[in-house]
Design a protein around this ligand. Structure first.
Ligand SMILES: [Zn+2]
Ligand SMILES: [Zn+2]
Length: 424
C-alpha cells in the first residue's frame, strides 16, 4: 500500500504528455502506482470522493501540492493541463454553477460526453487523452483525419478515463470493457477538415475573420457560431435552414441526418460535424449567407434576439439592420388591401403569400386567408405507417438509432435503403 507520508517520490511518476488533460495524467499516475484513480483521489484528499467531478475544469491547490511533491513535477507545469487554457478565447469565465460553453462536462454520468478520443491515437505506445478532444467543435483528429468518438461503440456509455481501474484497461469502456481502439472511424470529408482547421486557428489567434466586420474577438465568433449551430440543430427553423443551405451549396450528404436536440453538445461527433459544416457555411461571407437563410426560413429579429442578453455587436447589428419584422400588428384595412393586391396579381391570398407580402405571420387573421396546399393523400406522404412491426423490433430500432445519434425515422429509412440496395 502506498503511504502518503513517504518523504520520497511515488514509484510511478509518468510525465505529462504534450496537450494531455489533467484527468488523463492523474489516471496514469494512479495506474502507475497500482491504484484506481478514485482510490488515489481519496488518498490524496482524505474524505473526498471523485464521483462526478470534472477534474480538468479547475485546479485544486491541495491536490496539486501533493501531486507535485510526490511526482517531482512542478505545480506550474501541472497547471498547464487544465481547460483554463481556453478561458478568454473559447469561453469568457468559469461560472462553477453553469456548464462551460463548448466544453461539456466529463466524468460521472453515463451521458457526460465531454471526453472525446481518437481510436488511432489511443493505439499509440503511450496512450493519453488530449485537451483538444474536450472541445465540442472538435470532431476530427488533426493527425489522422478520422472522426473522434465520444462514447463506447458497443454500449453507448460516455468515455471516462477516471473510471478505468488499471493501466491495461485505460483505453477500454469502463462499463462493458470494449476496447475503444477497435472503434472504426472513417476518414472525414475535406470540407469538414477545413472547417475544423479554421476553428483551431481561431482558438490559437484569439480572433477570427468575419466578413464585413473584419477580425472579431474569438469569443464573439464562437458566440455567433454556437447560435448558428443551435439554429441548425434545434427548433422549428432547423429543417428550413438545412434545406436552404443544401439548395445553395449543392451538397449531397451520404452521412446520417442531424438528430434534433436542444443541447448541441449531446450530439455524437458525426452528426455534430455535419451541423458544424452548416453553421460554418452560415458564418461564411458574413452576413450574406446568414441573412438569406433567415429570410428563406422566415426567421426574424424577434426570434433571433429573444432572451439573448450577451449577443455580440457583430450579430445584433446584422439582425437589426436586415431581419427586422414588418408591422407588429396588421389592421383589417392593411389585410384587405394585401388580399386585393394578391388577387389582382393572379395569386391565391394564402396564409404563406400574405405573410410574405406583409412580412408578418398574421396569426390572428389566419382563418381569413385562402386555404393553401392540401395535405397529401394517405399513403403518399413522406411519412407512412408500418403496421405489423413487433414492439421489440421498434424498441431495438429506437436503441440503435439513439446509439448512432440519429432520429429513429431517418435511421430506419437508411437501413431499409441499404438492405434494398444489397437485394437488388
Ligand atoms: Zn488520431
Ligand atoms: Zn461499453
Amino acid at each position: 500500500m502506498l503511504r502518503m507520508s513517504d518523504a520520497h517520490h511515488w514509484p510511478g511518476r509518468p510525465s505529462p504528455c504534450d496537450g494531455e488533460t489533467f484527468s488523463s495524467w492523474f489516471a496514469r499516475v494512479a495506474h502507475a502506482n497500482f491504484l484506481s484513480p478514485s482510490d488515489l483521489y481519496a488518498a490524496v484528499l482524505p474524505g473526498a470522493r471523485l464521483y462526478s467531478v470534472d477534474l480538468d475544469r479547475r485546479s485544486d491547490p491541495d491536490l496539486l501540492n501533493v501531486l507535485s511533491k510526490n511526482t517531482g513535477i512542478p505545480e506550474e507545469q501541472l497547471l498547464t493541463l487544465f481547460l483554463t487554457e481556453f478561458q478568454g478565447r473559447v469561453y469568457e469565465r468559469d461560472n462553477p454553477k453553469a456548464p462551460l460553453t463548448w466544453l461539456p462536462h466529463s466524468g460521472g454520468s453515463r451521458n457526460s460526453f465531454g471526453q472525446q478520443a481518437c481510436p488511432r491515437c489511443l493505439a499509440s505506445s503511450t496512450p493519453f487523452y488530449r485537451k483538444a478532444w474536450r472541445l465540442s467543435f472538435a470532431t476530427i483528429c488533426p493527425k489522422h483525419g478520422t472522426g473522434l468518438i465520444d462514447r463506447c461503440h458497443k454500449c453507448g456509455y460516455a468515455i471516462a478515463p477516471l473510471q478505468t481501474p488499471s493501466e491495461r484497461l485505460f483505453c477500454h469502456c469502463h462499463n462493458c470493457g470494449a476496447d475503444l481502439r477497435s472503434a472504426h472511424e472513417p476518414k472525414a470529408d475535406r470540407i469538414d477538415q477545413d472547417v475544423q482547421a479554421f476553428l483551431e486557428d481561431v482558438v490559437k489567434r484569439g480572433a477570427a475573420p468575419l466578413g464585413q466586420n473584419g477580425y472579431v474577438h474569438s469569443l464573439s465568433y464562437f458566440w455567433i457560431l454556437r447560435k448558428l449551430l443551435r439554429l441548425v440543430v434545434s427548433g422549428e427553423f432547423s429543417l428550413p435552414i438545412q434545406e436552404h443551405v443544401l439548395k445553395e451549396t449543392g451538397w449531397t450528404l451520404g452521412s446520417p441526418s442531424i438528430r434534433r436536440l436542444k443541447n448541441v453538445d449531446r450530439l455524437p461527433p458525426t452528426p455534430r460535424r455535419l451541423a458544424l459544416r452548416f453553421a460554418s457555411h452560415l458564418a461564411n461571407d458574413w452576413p450574406d449567407n446568414f441573412i438569406s437563410a433567415c429570410r428563406a426560413a422566415r426567421l426574424t429579429q424577434r426570434r433571433l434576439l429573444r432572451a439573448e442578453e450577451h449577443a455580440p455587436f457583430a450579430f445584433v447589428a446584422v439582425v437589426e439592420a436586415h431581419l427586422c419584422e414588418g408591422p407588429t400588428t396588421v389592421d383589417n384595412r392593411q389585410f384587405d388591401r394585401a388580399v386585393d393586391f394578391l388577387v389582382r396579381h393572379n395569386q391565391q391570398p394564402t396564409h404563406a403569400a400574405l405573410s410574405d407580402l406583409l412580412n408578418n405571420r398574421i396569426h390572428a387573421k389566419r382563418h381569413l386567408a385562402a386555404a393553401g396546399r392540401q395535405c397529401a393523400p394517405y399513403g403518399t406522404h413522406r411519412y407512412w405507417k408500418l403496421d405489423g412491426v413487433a414492439p421489440e423490433t421498434r424498441e431495438a430500432a429506437k436503441r440503435a438509432a439513439k446509439l448512432a445519434g440519429e432520429n429513429v425515422g431517418p435511421w430506419v429509412d437508411r437501413i431499409i435503403q441499404k438492405a434494398l440496395e444489397q437485394k437488388l
